[in-house]
Design a protein around this ligand. Structure first.
Ligand code: E4P
Length: 217
């Protein structure tokens, strides 16, 4: 399973990348706004800055909702760097645009996916990634990980090449469960990634080893 970090914060991207476990980055307009990135030129520069830190797929989201607008924006984003993946919302015009991008050699991530039916459409259109938002599904009283399992099963049975990118991750347990049910990628904020490191017995065991090591110094 690949690990992406879900943030536009350059320090957090560097920290995860320095651990050597990062395969890519996902961003969205809310994450860019959170970092105070405003205006077309600043946004474009920020994507390039991210591409220069991480050598992997970097999702950059369009904000148009009509076919022509999505295509125009997506072409500009894709031209920024070879690793840019154009992130397109799961709407009718978005599906049509994903098909156009696929036919024209531009890779896409279909975002805002909340059902298996939407995931089938994204795969049919040729998206490289499909992004089911599991945390938001959990928030609404359903089981997000179950949706990852269902989509992974459908793609496997049907031979779809689209990768299942579990998004809207809230915890280390989400990451572990997504790995169990066959997600191809997890995109997570830094905190759940760091939470994977934690176990009290590791801390207790290390403290004891270090204490005993002093006896031989
Ligand atoms: C996915 O690519 C989105 O950027 C993200 O995972 C959404 O997460 P949220 O539900 O925490 O906003």
């Amino acid at each position: 399973m690949k690990f992406f970090i879900d943030t536009a914060n350059l320090d957090q991207i560097r920290e995860a990348n320095d651990m050597g476990i990062l395969d890519g980055v996902t961003t969205n307009p809310s994450l860019m706004a959170k970092e105070g990135i405003k205006g077309h030129d600043a946004i474009m520069k920020h994507y390039v800055d991210i591409c220069e830190i991480v050598d992997g797929d970097i999702s950059a989201e369009v904000v148009s909702t009509d076919f022509e607008g999505i295509i125009e924006e997506g072409k500009k984003l894709a031209a920024l760097h070879k690793n840019i993946i154009v992130k397109v919302p799961m709407i009718k015009e978005g599906v049509k645009a994903i098909k156009w991008f696929t036919d024209n050699g531009i890779k896409t991530n279909c975002t805002l996916v909340f059902s298996a039916g939407q995931a089938i459409l994204a795969a049919k259109a040729g998206a490289k990634y499909v992004s089911p938002f599991i945390g938001r599904i959990d928030d609404s009283g359903w089981d997000g990980v179950q949706l990852i399992e269902q989509i992974a099963h459908i793609y496997n049975v049907q031979g779809f090449k689209t990768e299942v990118l579990a998004a809207s991750i809230r915890s280390a347990n989400h990451i572990i469960r997504c790995a169990e049910v066959g997600a191809d990628v997890c995109t997570c904020p830094l905190e759940p990634i760091l939470a994977l490191l934690k176990h009290p017995l590791t801390d207790i065991g290390l403290a004891k080893f270090l204490e005993d090591a002093k006896k031989f110094q």
